[in-house]
Design a protein around this ligand. Structure first.
Ligand SMILES: Cc1cc2nc3c(=O)[nH]c(=O)nc-3n(C[C@H](O)[C@H](O)[C@H](O)COP(=O)(O)OP(=O)(O)OC[C@H]3O[C@@H](n4cnc5c(N)ncnc54)[C@H](O)[C@@H]3O)c2cc1C
Length: 448
């Protein structure tokens, strides 16, 4: 029988390969990875640049050698798949030994996403970086060490931009963040954004909102960022304006894309072509609240879907699971988090009648030292009483509280039900009514 073939050797691809091989050790699994790293934690790159993580190797979860020797996976580094031929059940690959054709029994497309490169003049100048691969993280850290820039410009106030602003400030450089929208971190809503903006300013970051970058200035190396009307001097620029799924391969093979632009998949990760699956940043997944396909490129989604598809390919059909868009970000001393549908317009578009409440509560019992304020915005549906989503921001206790709401979303819980969840309490960790319970209670009251 032909092998299982996987394109892309990171979170989704290696999870699938490992799971399949565990289930069916007698079968052959071939993974093609065009780079030199597999199973790496891109999420850790800002902390590598910051210096909190010493070595790039620390970001590699399982080494290529371990995949080959311990897990028996036929892993081919520096091999780029250049064509999928679903009709013939084969892929065309370019590697160090030239071009080859590889037949497959079942195929997983796990090609991930890429950093969006805006069409700015000067993107090719030395000192202008995106942040999507380990070599890029290494290049930024080297540039900081050897060129010793005094001023850095971060283009884009999304979560990668904010994490990188913190990383740069750790090196004692001046940091400018340019965001074309009125607020940073748009998917987290205005309350969170305003708190993060205040924190950025408190940490000495120069924040330029409503400011669209037009081009980078410089001869060989970047020396400035032109925002149309003003040029800010910078000696390093980090562009973090979003990611887009790597769909070219799939699209040219006639595999259907969804409305989000990512590969359309069913609940088992199957694409429109027989025997071809897609998972991770390249693929859509069903949203737990709206029930609609969505594209939220995050690590757990990729790991989970890869693992489930490995199991399905081994003969045990396993759904890839729904997503709630649950995310948490460290913004200097603040934690910002979100889950579900938090935008009223989006909620209305999905057929809900949204009502929202915002509460501020204490992270610990009010008498216990070290308590911090925590702000929660929670959205519910007036018709069903269901919780639709929440955002949270504060200096402690945010990261795991958002997960409580995420669980409620997966359960389809109403605000009333969530307000009666039996959550843990002791004074150093929460008030007796945890802020999540309080927010749900207030929301329930408003839903009527
Ligand atoms: C800076 C940064 C910070 C992040 N922080 C977080 C975080 O805190 N939390 C979180 O949940 N997520 C975070 N993410 C997102 C997370 O890293 C991704 O969701 C996850 O890596 C997706 O895994 P994947 O396997 O789908 O794709 P990828 O990790 O993109 O891997 C795809 C692989 O496919 C290979 N490939 C592509 N095309 C081909 C081809 N034609 N032939 C062979 N190989 C190919 C690529 O080289 C790549 O190795 C972060 C991402 C970045 C960049």
């Amino acid at each position: 029988m032909d092998p299982i073939v996987i394109v892309g050797g990171d979170a989704a691809g290696m999870s699938a390969a490992s799971k399949f091989k565990r289930e069916r050790p007698e079968r052959e699994v071939v993974v093609f990875e065009r780079g030199e790293y597999v199973s790496y934690a891109a999420c850790g790159m800002p902390y590598y640049v910051k210096g909190a993580v010493d070595s790039l190797d620390d970001l590699v979860t399982v080494t290529p050698e371990a995949f080959v020797e311990e897990r028996g996976i036929d892993l081919r580094l520096h091999h780029e798949v250049v064509e999928l031929r679903p009709d013939k059940h084969e892929v065309v690959v370019e590697g160090p030994e030239g071009r080859l054709t590889q037949p497959y029994d079942q195929l997983l497309v796990a090609t991930g996403a890429h950093a969006v490169v805006p069409p700015f003049e000067g993107m090719d100048l030395d000192g202008v970086f995106t942040m999507h691969s380990l070599p890029e993280a290494d290049a930024v850290r080297d540039y900081l060490a050897f060129e010793e820039p005094e001023t850095v410009g971060v283009v884009g106030g999304g979560y990668i931009g904010i994490e990188m602003a913190e990383a740069f400030r750790e090196h004692d450089v001046e940091v400018h963040v340019f965001e074309m929208l009125p607020h940073v971190m748009a998917p987290f809503g205005e309350t969170v954004a305003e708190a993060v903006e205040e924190e950025l300013r408190r940490q000495g970051v120069h924040l330029h909102l409503d400011t669209a970058v037009e081009r980078f200035v410089g001869d060989d190396s970047v020396t400035g960022i032109d925002v149309g009307g003003a040029v800010y001097d910078v000696e390093l620029a980090l562009v973090g304006v979003g990611v887009a799924p790597n769909t070219d391969l799939a699209a040219s093979a006639g595999i259907e894309l969804g409305e989000t632009g990512a590969v359309a998949t069913d609940e088992y990760g199957r694409t429109s072509r027989s025997g071809v699956f897609a998972a991770g940043d390249v693929a859509e997944a069903r949203h737990a609240v709206t029930g609609e396909p969505d594209h939220v490129p995050l690590a757990l989604t990729a790991n989970r879907a890869g693992r489930a598809i490995g199991q399905t390919m081994a003969g045990d059909e396993t759904p890839v699971g729904e997503i709630a868009g649950t995310a948490v970000v460290k913004a200097f001393d603040l934690t910002a988090a979100r889950t579900g549908v938090i935008d009223e317009e989006q909620a209305r578009g999905a057929g809900f009648d949204p009502v929202s409440v915002t509460i501020t509560a204490s992270s610990r019992a009010h008498y216990y030292p070290g308590a911090e304020e925590l702000t929660i915005t929670m959205l519910g549906d007036r018709v069903s009483g269901r919780v639709l989503g929440a955002t949270m921001v504060g200096r402690e206790g945010v990261a795991k509280r958002i997960d409580t709401v995420a669980v409620a979303l997966h359960e389809g819980a109403t605000a009333e039900e969530l307000s009666y969840y039996d959550l843990a309490y002791a004074p150093p960790f929460s008030p007796v009514w945890d802020p999540v319970l309080t927010a749900a209670k207030v929301l329930d009251g408003k839903l009527g």
